[in-house]
Design a protein around this ligand. Structure first.
Ligand code: SAH
Length: 232
């Protein structure tokens, strides 16, 4: 069975977007995963197809209505749907590679994309939406965040990445940032490829890469190092 993604959005035209190209696009064509973009507005009940209203308690902006969103969710993901229901949200738990791996191992995902000031809290609670953030900054809508999440998940699906090995050695997979890469030409604007990499000594190369990984992580992400079981 293929991985099934349903995205609830006011802008279904944004999908598959970038995910229609390259590895994800090919996997979509071959049926490794499927993507359904659902227009939330189709579940509004009034003539103007209203999906938002002014915030209770006052203030700027608009809030997405609980009733309209609940109808869209119930249609897309009825009780018994095994897929986790996510809400893209800057208030959510920051997305990590380990959560991405969990999602990729599951049956799929239902993703709600917020717009305006956000979503009525009652639908988040009533439908058990898991809030997920892609970083400490504010996007204008959840759609780019959903594309980011799906890109990270889809590349891990069986058969999507040509060279399956490369997935295991990347930044975060072992709790460290990845070492630098080099390729031909041997000399570029007076800069050489580090000698060890052309030495043919695989043990030395592995040691150099590991040391570079630790150096970069120490310089750039001491928080990752603090959480690392082996490196101190
Ligand atoms: N008023 C909100 C921001 C709303 S931005 C606040 O201050 O928290 C509008 C929508 O964009 C959100 O509902 C969410 O779906 C999406 N969004 C914005 N930033 C995001 C982020 N960093 N990660 C995931 N989704 C985000």
């Amino acid at each position: 069975m293929s991985f099934s993604a349903s995205v609830l959005t006011l802008y279904p035209e944004m999908f598959p977007g970038a995910l229609g190209l390259s590895l994800a696009g090919r996997a979509l064509e071959t049926g490794t995963w499927e993507l359904d973009a659902i227009q939330i507005r189709d579940f509004a009940s009034d003539r103007h197809r209203t999906v938002d209203d002014t915030p209770a308690g006052g203030g700027a902006g608009m809030v997405m209505r609980a009733d309209v969103l609940a109808k869209a969710i119930d249609h897309t993901s009825p009780p018994g749907d095994p897929r986790p229901r996510l809400l893209m949200s800057p208030r959510g738990k920051p997305l990590t590679q380990s959560r991405v791996r969990e999602l990729a191992a599951g049956p799929g995902v239902v993703i709600v994309c917020g717009r305006f000031e956000g979503v009525d809290q009652r639908v988040i609670d009533a439908r058990g939406l898991e809030e997920v953030s892609v970083g400490d900054f504010i996007l204008s809508g959840g759609e780019p965040a959903a594309l980011v999440l799906l890109d990270a998940v889809v590349r891990l699906l069986p058969g999507v990445m040509g060279n399956a090995v490369s997935g295991d050695e990347e930044s975060f997979e072992n709790g460290l940032l990845e070492h630098p890469h080099y390729t031909r030409p041997q000399e570029f604007e007076d800069r050489q490829i580090p000698e060890v990499l052309t030495s043919g000594n695989h043990k030395k190369i592995a040691a150099w890469r590991r040391a570079e990984s630790e150096r970069l992580t120490r310089e750039r992400r001491p928080d990752l190092l603090a959480a690392h079981p082996l490196v101190k």
